[in-house]
Design a protein. Structure first.
Length: 393
């Protein structure tokens, strides 16, 4: 089994940063060594420790069970085509509508609980369960608004989606699952407008084909599968219009609504956290920066036997458009059916990479979204495509 990283990366050399990326090609076998050691402890881990190689019988069963065709990422069946509100006024209108809807939802929930048989307060749970703001209808209103406006507001929702149910209510966590997996995608005319503005009216000359419907959509942009004229399959990430210009206002508007609803734990969004979030989102909106960091990380892992960073397609790289190699697989949170040995191997390699990023590279991918890590059963590889949240982002 080999592991590979497919990711557009962000950050700068010499200090901790983050990555963003997409699925990449397969990597063949190579010597089992990490960094400058080239043996000793590395051999012990791979031969005697928890990172030991799989037996012949394990490999045979895995090969027999592998799919005939490498699975490709697919857009969630819950995603819908929906125009992205590009102006600040239109985005503010969406948050205003959310505030009004939440207020009406609170009145309806309080009326329901005041009726015979209703409960004034939920017993147990995380505390959010007892809030009339967190009714099922209101939670759905929040999710629908986030998936419509996308951008910084959706990123906050994605952050909440990876918390456990001791931190937020299980009901809210379940609804935010849709936010984490996929957002709504922009219509064809908006997508084409961004491509023309970034790549020019002759952008079609740069590719042999580009699918109009994306296979992934997230907070900052959506990703389309394409084919270069030399036959290379690529993933092309296209940024939503108006996202970069509305980061600060989006965060402030969403937090105002959620604080009013008491939907967030006290102290979650300290002033320092807000500043860091806004800076990170500003970096995510600069696809040229992502491309440069991806190329740097590709060089760092050029000779690694388990990980590979996909190549950036320079002719498809601008501030709001980014192309890179494509590969398939399934997210790690869908790999529960794999054997314990395979899961141990994947986790061991990811942990080892994390330590190398911290202490050897000092250049790190830190996006924890499960959807940013894909396992390819046909090649026994795991790819991390956490892009400045692309995975998508």
């Amino acid at each position: 089994m080999w592991l590979k990283v497919g990711g557009l990366l962000r950050g700068t050399g010499g200090q901790l940063g983050q990555t963003v990326g997409w699925p990449c090609g397969a990597l063949g076998p190579g010597p089992h060594r990490w960094g400058p050691c080239g043996g000793s402890w590395a051999q012990k881990f791979y031969q005697d420790g928890p990172g030991r190689g799989l037996g012949e019988e394990d490999i045979r069963r895995a090969r027999e069970a592998r799919p005939r065709k490498t699975p490709r990422p697919q857009l969630s069946d819950r995603s819908r085509e929906r125009k992205v509100p590009a102006s600040r006024i239109s985005r503010l209108a969406n948050f205003g509508g959310l505030a009004v809807g939440l207020g009406l939802g609170v009145l309806a929930e309080m009326a329901k609980k005041s009726m015979p048989g209703g409960r004034l307060q939920s017993e147990g749970g995380s505390g959010l369960d007892s809030s009339p703001f967190l009714s099922e209808a209101n939670a759905e209103r929040i999710v629908q608004t986030l998936c419509t406006v996308r951008g910084a507001a959706l990123k906050v929702g994605q952050m909440l989606s990876i918390q456990d149910n001791s931190f937020i209510s299980p009901q809210l966590q379940h609804i935010f699952e849709r936010v984490r997996q996929s957002a709504d995608f922009m219509p064809r005319w908006q997508m084409l407008r961004v491509l023309e503005e970034e790549l020019g009216r002759d952008w079609q000359a740069k590719v042999a084909s580009l699918e109009e419907v994306p296979f992934a959509a997230a907070s900052i942009g959506q990703v389309h599968q394409g084919l270069l004229r030399d036959g290379t399959e690529v993933a092309v990430k296209i940024q939503y219009p108006g996202i970069a210009q509305s980061i600060q206002s989006d965060v402030q508007n969403l937090l105002a609504v959620l604080k009013m609803s008491a939907a967030l734990p006290a102290g979650l969004f300290a002033e320092q956290s807000l500043q860091a979030l806004q800076q990170e989102l500003a970096w995510e909106c600069d696809y040229r920066r992502e491309a440069a960091c991806a190329q740097n990380f590709r060089q760092l892992l050029a000779n690694d036997p388990f990980f590979r960073v996909p190549a950036v397609v320079k002719e498809l790289c601008t501030t709001r458009v980014l192309g890179m190699e494509l590969a398939g697989g399934v997210p790690l949170d869908q790999c529960q059916g794999l054997s314990q040995d395979l899961r141990n191997q994947i986790c061991f390699q990811l942990l080892t990479l994390c330590l190398r990023e911290l202490f050897e590279f000092r250049f790190m991918q830190t996006d924890p979204n499960w959807a940013n890590f894909l396992y390819d059963a046909s090649s026994h590889q795991t790819e991390s495509h956490s892009v400045a949240q692309a995975g998508v982002q």
